[in-house]
Each structure stands twice: as C-alpha cells, then as structure tokens.
Design a binder for this molecule. Structure first.
Ligand code: SF4
Ligand code: F3S
Length: 104
C-alpha cells in the first residue's frame, strides 16, 4: 500500500488524487491521507506528488504513517478532483516539524 507522509502537510498540491483509480484519497484541512485498506498498490500517485510525500509502506518506519492514514481516512471526506494547493505550499515544501502544525 502507499501512504501520504508529513511533507504533504501545509502543501496539499492534490496532483495525486487525479490519478488514483480507486479514489482512496481523503482530505483534511492541511493534508491528505490514503486509506491503506482501499489502496490497490498501483503506485501511479507516487511520482505525481511535487512534494514527494507519497511513500510505499515497505520503506522503514512507515507503520506510524499507515496508522495515521487509516485513522484520518475514516474521518475525512473523499477527494477526487485536483484543486489549488494551499497558499504557502511552496514555502512549506520541505519545512521541518510539519506534524506539529497539522491542526494549526
Ligand atoms: Fe491510489 Fe494507486 Fe496511489 Fe494507491 S498507489 S493511492 S491505488 S494511485
Ligand atoms: Fe499532498 Fe502530494 Fe497529494 S502534497 S495532496 S500528497 S500531490
């Protein structure tokens, strides 16, 4: 499965949602998540993210991100169309300690 990790926070470019064949992206205020149980592991979203925020769960230390994605995918609404990025997306791309800012 693929998951969204911290560099999406504050950016939300949304290029990823256009390519997902199963519409398994969900939208919060500052970030998106993937429902890990709905993702079919096709991998097409990964290269679409300008912030390189989408990772396969086979990378090291991804378990907390899988649980983060699952938790919020069940709370947030589905998003299937691209929209404008967040206003400070380019400044936030690569910024440190993003997880602390998720609900600012
Ligand atoms: Fe959707 Fe494929 Fe990305 Fe999974 S890997 S979220 S199915 S585009
Ligand atoms: Fe986030 Fe990248 Fe998609 S910044 S909204 S995972 S294109």
């Amino acid at each position: 499965t693929y998951i969204v990790t911290d560099n999406c926070i504050g950016c939300k470019y949304t290029d990823c949602v256009e390519v997902c064949p199963v519409d398994c992206f969900y939208e919060g205020t500052n970030t998106l998540v993937i429902h890990p149980d709905e993702c079919i592991d096709c991998g097409v979203c990964e290269p679409e993210c300008p912030a390189d925020a989408i990772r396969p769960d086979t990378e090291p230390d991804m378990e907390k991100w899988v649980e983060f994605n699952r938790k919020y995918a069940e709370l947030w609404p589905v998003i299937v169309s691209k929209k404008d990025p967040l206003p400070d997306a380019d400044e936030n791309d690569g910024a440190p300690d993003k997880l602390e800012k998720i609900f600012d």
